[in-house]
Design a protein around this ligand. Structure first.
Ligand code: PEP
Ligand code: MG
Length: 764
């Protein structure tokens, strides 16, 4: 058996031997396209390795005993198997063959210990066309025979990355029948590199799209820089349009083995056009040749070193949305290839190009219609979130920032995927299902355009009368119109955090810069949009509740303390009492609005756990001239078991209303960090302990004439709403998209209660 094959010995039919990547490089080489030379350590070599070393059975046993739906267990299994592979001695005959192939490659390149790129190329027995792209590792800048062996072995081990194991289980691929080939190829020390589509990637028009940046192609592929974009007419080979971007960063070869480094682009190149006219023409010609060779539109990666254009990769374009692409679309729809899964956080389907945001200074790359993918959204991402058609995060549960904001914006969202930022490719077209929490490859036909915050519902709801009020939550003032159009009886929660963001400055910076007036002005303008929209219906303004990790990227937020668990940290009223100037500014803004006649505002204090906090907050309100419980409604959120268990003491302190913040109440009652996707499966607002606390508070409040409401996510959940109405809650505040359903549920339960009471009376 031949352990390695030269590119010259492979073609596109050889996927079972060399994986998709290896087979394609062989095909391009054989077609005479300039590909950096190399060889493939075949899939069968890997198979031989795991069998000859005797680790095959051990690996399969570990896999069989693993429940892949348990993230921690999956990660442990992955680590264990990778260690077994890396610790196993590669049989000498394989070792020698790879070293000989590497030395021969060095001979061809004309350099001793030449630098190579080592890439994984997985394939499945019986189903070689199955795609495992992006699931396994690639290592750049490897040199020397010993390191080549080490990194080949690392590629083998990467067949057992958690995400790869999970993907195979999900798609019913037998682990024992998936193999991995490894491509070892001369490392091109690119001065410029990028990608090229041989047709318009979404419409299929006869245009070539080239994206280019300085240095190694990683910068473009990973989306770290916004590349230059060139559109070329395929027939005339004339440049139609070019957009030259600001390219601040580039990737370079690091002298240290196995690494590329990110460096700043020299000043004179930052805004300079990357490709010369001749290079654009050369790439265009190459693109056309490759397209013709495969007979199908191609998505390629290229690099230029010392004037030579190299092709590094070519695969079919799978994103076409044109007539002659209809076939692909249909196929995709039928197959619905799942790429990853998380929690459905905001309903609806959306398709678009992936834009991975690793840093807030990359937000500009989100254009209308893109899918924003990030570890976790922060409040300063909201403007970009509004432009996006869909949002996907690695972290978070259904009450995390991304979930709350996307629901309000009406943008489909999947949170807590664990791996989206790692497995998606920049610009890859995907479809997300915000109901099921699934992300599919490619565009699925049934996706619809997102709704905008300003959009009115198509048909006004026929009014249903309920005794229990049904209110709505608002986090973004610009969404107030849409929220009011639901016919809600008021705003049961107006969050402050987003209003503070419009300035891009941390509220405490306004204070320390002596600009309290500016802060008050921003608050007045924003709150006004909501109270005016709902007037005369009540709006409960919730004072600032920003966990320390959320405001870090605002100007002045740099010195926010680092907290191990911000959810249990310096947030809500506890922080505002430590920094009363911000609370005062909020109260002053409310006072101004009150004076202008907007007496429909009430004040709600978040995260209280002791009546002293309520007393102090009321005192501060009085200091600025408000009269809590006399001329302005004043209440608390019940978000801690502590507050629920001593609600009598809060009532004795004096308050008009309470509102259940079940997002927090659930996390504190069950000890489940609401932002931690590893425990999201246990996060249950309907847990009997949470319901018992709520029930207790409703009973006691009703006895004392204190109003009760709910504004956490549970207030949008029909099953829980039923229970709360039965328990005697006075109002329910739901998300905009849930108001109509909640109103129906409330009406149904009220009717049932009336009938039951009537029956009971008749029986007595
Ligand atoms: C809650 O905790 O339920 C709530 C509504 O507040 P937030 O989600 O803003 O913490
Ligand atoms: Mg809360």
């Amino acid at each position: 058996m031949k352990y390695v094959k030269l590119f010259e010995e492979l073609n596109k039919e050889d996927v079972a031997i060399a994986g998709g990547k290896g087979a394609n490089l062989g095909e391009l080489t054989q077609a005479g396209i300039s590909v950096p030379p190399g060889f493939v350590v075949t899939a069968a070599t890997y198979d031989k390795f795991i069998r000859k070393t005797g680790i095959f059975d051990e690996i399969m046993d570990i896999l069989n005993a693993t429940d892949v739906n348990k993230t921690k267990e999956l990660q442990e299994t992955s680590a264990k198997i990778k260690k077994i592979i890396l610790d196993s001695y590669m049989p000498d005959d394989i070792r020698t063959t790879i070293i000989e192939a590497y030395n021969a490659l060095c001979g061809r390149i004309g350099k001793e210990n030449a630098f190579v790129a080592i890439r994984s190329s997985a394939t499945a027995e019986d189903l070689p066309e199955a795609s495992f792209a992006g699931q396994q590792d690639t290592f750049l800048n490897i040199r020397g025979p010993e390191d080549v062996l080490i990194y080949v072995q690392k590629c083998w081990a990467s067949l057992f990355e958690s995400r790869a194991i999970f993907y195979r289980e999900e798609h019913n691929f037998e682990h024992s029948k998936v193999y991995i080939a490894v491509v070892v190829q001369e490392m091109v020390n690119a001065e410029k590199a990028g990608v090229m589509f041989t047709v318009h990637p979404s419409t299929g028009e006869e245009k070539i799209l080239i994206e280019a940046a300085w240095g190694l192609g990683e910068a473009v592929v990973s989306g770290t820089v916004t590349p230059d974009t060139y559109w070329v007419d395929k027939k005339t080979e004339k440049l139609i349009e070019s957009v030259i971007s600001e390219k601040n960063i580039m990737f370079k070869k690091d002298p240290t083995v196995g690494k590329t480094i990110k460096v700043g682009v020299p000043e004179d190149l930052i805004n300079k056009q990357v490709l010369t006219d001749d290079e654009i023409v050369a790439l265009t010609k190459l693109g056309k040749r490759i397209h013709d060779h495969y007979g199908f539109p191609q998505d390629t990666e290229w690099a230029i070193e010392e004037g030579t254009v190299y092709m590094l990769q070519s695969r079919p374009v799978t994103t076409l949305n044109m007539d002659n692409g209809a076939e692909i679309e249909e196929e995709l729809e039928e197959e619905r290839i799942i790429i990853t899964k998380g929690l459905g956080a905001s309903p609806g389907m959306a398709s678009g190009a992936v834009k991975i945001i690793r840093d807030t200074d990359e937000l500009d790359k989100i254009l209308e219609g893109d899918i924003l993918v990030t570890v976790m959204t922060t409040p300063d991402m909201v403007p970009a979130m509004k432009r996006a058609d869909g949002i996907i995060t690695d972290e978070g549960g259904v009450t995390c920032h991304a979930a709350i904001v996307s629901r309000e914006l009406g943008i489909p969202c999947v949170v807590g995927t664990g791996d989206a930022t790692k497995i998606f490719k920049e610009n890859e077209i995907i479809t997300l299902d915000g109901d099921k929490g699934i992300v599919y490859k490619g565009k699925i036909a049934e996706t619809e355009k997102k709704k905008t915050t300003e959009e009115q519902p198509a048909m006004a709801q026929a009014p249903i009368l309920t005794v229990t009020e049904v209110k709505v939550n608002v986090s973004m003032p610009e969404a107030a119109k849409k929220a009011a159009a639901t016919g809600a009886d008021g705003v049961g929660l107006l969050r402050t955090e987003h209003m503070m963001l419009t300035s891009g400055v941390h509220p405490k910076k306004f204070i320390s810069d002596g600009k309290e007036d500016e802060l008050i002005k921003i608050l007045v303008e924003n709150i006004l949009k909501v109270v005016d929209e709902f007037y005369p219906k009540p709006v409960w303004y919730r004072t600032l509740d920003a966990p320390t990790d959320e405001f870090k990227s605002l100007k002045g937020g740099e010195d926010e303390p680092y907290e191990h668990n911000p959810m249990l940290g310096w947030r809500g009223i506890r922080r505002e009492l430590d920094e009363p100037e911000i609370l005062k500014a909020e109260f002053k803004a409310i006072k101004k609005l009150h004076e202008q006649g907007y007496t429909n505002i009430g004040i709600m204090i978040p995260l209280v756990q002791h009546p002293d906090e309520l007393r102090k907050a009321k005192q501060i309100a009085e200091e600025v001239g408000l009269k809590p419980q006399k001329t302005i409604e004043f209440g608390i959120m019940v978000e801690t078991p502590g507050a629920a268990l001593v609600i009598e003491d809060f009532i004795a302190e004096g308050l008009d209303f309470v509102s259940f913040g079940t997002n927090d109440l659930t996390q504190y009652t069950l000890a489940i960090d609401r932002n931690n996707e590893n425990v999201a499966g246990l996060y249950t607002e309907g847990h009997p302990a949470v319901l018992k606390l709520i029930d207790r508070v409703i009973r006691i409040c009703n006895k004392h004439g204190v109003k009760t409401s709910i504004c956490g996510q549970a207030g949008s959940m029909p099953k829980i709403v039923e229970k709360l109405v039965e328990a005697g809650i006075e109002s329910v505040s739901a998300n905009t998209d849930a108001v109509a359903t909640v109103r129906e549920v409330v009406a149904r339960v009220e009717k049932k209660l009336v009938l039951e009471a009537a029956r009971k009376r008749l029986q007595e």
